[in-house]
Design a protein around this ligand. Sequence first.
Ligand code: MN
Length: 231
Amino acid sequence: MGYVFAAPAQPVVPVFNSTDLYPVHRIYCVGRNYEEHAKEMGFTGREPPFFFAKPADAVLIAPEGKAAELPYPGETSNLHHETELVVAIGKRGRNIPAADASRYIWGYAVGLDMTRRDLQGEMKKQGRPWEVGKGFDHSAPIGPIKPIARTGEINSGRIWLNVNGAKRQESDVGKLIWNVNETIEHLSKYFELAPGDLIFTGTPEGVAAVQRGDLMQGGVDGVGSLTVRVV
Ligand code: MN
């Protein structure tokens, strides 16, 4: 017995300052997890966290100090950046209490939850799934993963994004409505978390469109940075 065609390549994210690779299992994302971003999207208040997902092979590797190329996707004229702290899970578990959550974290990275905002908006209006707005090819650019053994727990730190050198997003991870540990608690009620799961924890305010040729540079203090050019 064998595969009927070559098995797809395992999506991976490089580990910072290492030749090691982190194999990706799933990509989960948290919606509206900073108050000022929830407001700019027309919402207020603290609602329970909600989740969506992207395919594991939506990762676009963005090595530190080198621009990755993001092909401008089809069927949109409003491609938005969302800069996010990404948590990389290293241990299997479900119904994980927030107080234990840090034991399940392998490391952290900076990611971009790229969004076809026009398609997402249309799907919201029609009560339809978000996949076409969120889960497209290359929709998850990500920098190298830094092990928690090096960073310690990340509960604060500046999160930022510049486009062509001009500031677009700037906030602090300490302003997450649901912090990393609480996010893991909620998410692990719905899904058994596994090594290789990436959690995009939500974006702060300042989301906006990018065009072909734009250079996005973002980071989270204590975690790292990434550079992505839209082509
Ligand atoms: Mn997002």
